[in-house]
Design a protein around this ligand. Structure first.
Ligand SMILES: [Zn+2]
Length: 367
């Protein structure tokens, strides 16, 4: 699986979450590492990855402060990834990195076992790091047992609690941890990581396809990496992955329909615009989703028109969006967006879902 192969091993490889990375590295450099952290945020955003890197950093036998790259030098202390401690942590065999999945080990006995182990010193002589994933799943008695340990942790222990649901964590626990909120990754952050992976794997994949994967991942880098793995597997020995095959695999409407549809509206070609709708409908695509994605496309054209500086950030200078933004009149575009926003809202209550879109076409082309 790509997400295991390309799991970051050091701070500089982390995608996004720079607010967390910087604070943690500052603490490492200043020797101010805390004894209890809460990593909270959506799944697939790097919580356990960062927990492992922190565990390696505090235990590394020959960590360096001057990194290879400028970024690493600025950020400071980095694990070497080759010493006995680092490599055993990477392999998952270290006795000083204890990972618990609270979703499956919810009981008080599991936590007792853990709190017993907290008392004994680290094998490597430095820190024993306990990572408790999905900590909100612990039973109440398990939480209470954990709380006792968090109240007076031995100096060699570091707790990293990870959760996707911080609202379920007891206030008494929250008051004893330093909290970091992980954010969903942006489409562009996921895209750039996937691009690097594809390049390293020697896979050629169309930009539109890669962007579709990034978008479908909804902020979770791991999901994007899993999707890319699946696509590579589906394509067999083929090292070329077309946008079409990505769209097919994800069940998405092929991207070209959006610029096509907008071109037909801009050319006041009502019959052809309506026939696009019929083609999609007959192919079994969800028209509500089409309307939403079309609005997103038109919005990108509009934003590019209003402020070209944003073009690379919101769509990576997509050729068709760039062309549309210079060809279509701004007022006409605003008109189209208004008409289709209204139509999309009406689809849910329409006895015939396609009807509001057909009417919108006629309205937009002025017939
Ligand atoms: Zn090391």
């Amino acid at each position: 699986m790509l997400y295991r192969k390309y799991r970051p091993k050091t701070f500089s490889e982390i995608t996004g979450q720079q607010h967390v990375v910087k604070t943690l590295q500052g603490a490492l450099l200043g020797g101010r590492v805390g004894h209890a952290y809460l990593f909270s945020g959506p799944r697939g955003t790097g919580k356990t990855t960062l927990a492992r890197i922190l565990a390696k950093s505090v235990n590394c036998e020959k960590y360096s402060i001057a990194g290879k790259s400028e970024k690493e030098r600025v950020l400071g202390r980095i694990p070497c990834n080759v010493c006995a401690s680092c490599s055993s942590m990477d392999k998952g065999t270290s006795l000083d990195l204890i990972e618990i999945d609270a979703a499956s080990q919810t009981g008080v006995d599991d936590i007792r076992q853990l709190t017993d182990s907290v008392r004994t010193a680290a094998v490597g002589g430095r820190f024993k790091v306990f990572v408790i994933d999905e900590v909100h799943m612990l039973s109440k008695s398990a939480f209470n047992a954990l709380l006792k340990t968090l109240e007076e942790p031995p100096s060699h222990a570091i707790f990293i609690l990870a959760t996707t649901e911080p609202n379920k964590i007891l206030a008494t626990v929250l008051s004893r941890v330093q909290r970091f909120d992980f954010k969903k990754l942006t489409e562009n952050e996921i895209l750039s990581k996937l691009k690097k992976i594809a390049e390293t794997e020697n896979i050629k994949i169309e930009d539109i396809g890669l962007r579709a994967i990034a978008k479908a991942s909804d902020g979770a880098l791991r999901d994007g990496e899993v999707l890319l793995s699946k696509l590579i597997a589906i394509n067999g020995d083929e090292n070329n992955i077309s946008a079409q095959s990505v769209h097919d695999a994800l069940g998405l409407i092929p991207y070209h329909y959006y610029p096509d549809f907008l071109s037909k509206l801009a050319a006041s070609n009502g019959p052809e615009a309506i026939s696009v709708l019929h083609t999609l409908n007959d192919s079994g695509f969800d028209l509500e989703n089409f309307a939403k994605e079309f609005l997103e496309y038109a919005r990108k054209v509009l934003i590019t028109k209003v402020n070209p500086v944003l073009a690379s950030a919101i769509h990576g200078n997509d050729d068709q969006i760039m062309a549309h933004s210079s060809n279509i009149d701004g007022q006409e575009l605003i008109n189209i967006i208004n008409i289709f926003s209204h139509a999309r809202a009406g689809m849910r209550h329409s006895p015939i879902p396609i009807l509001p879109l057909e009417l919108a076409v006629l309205d937009a082309v002025g017939k």
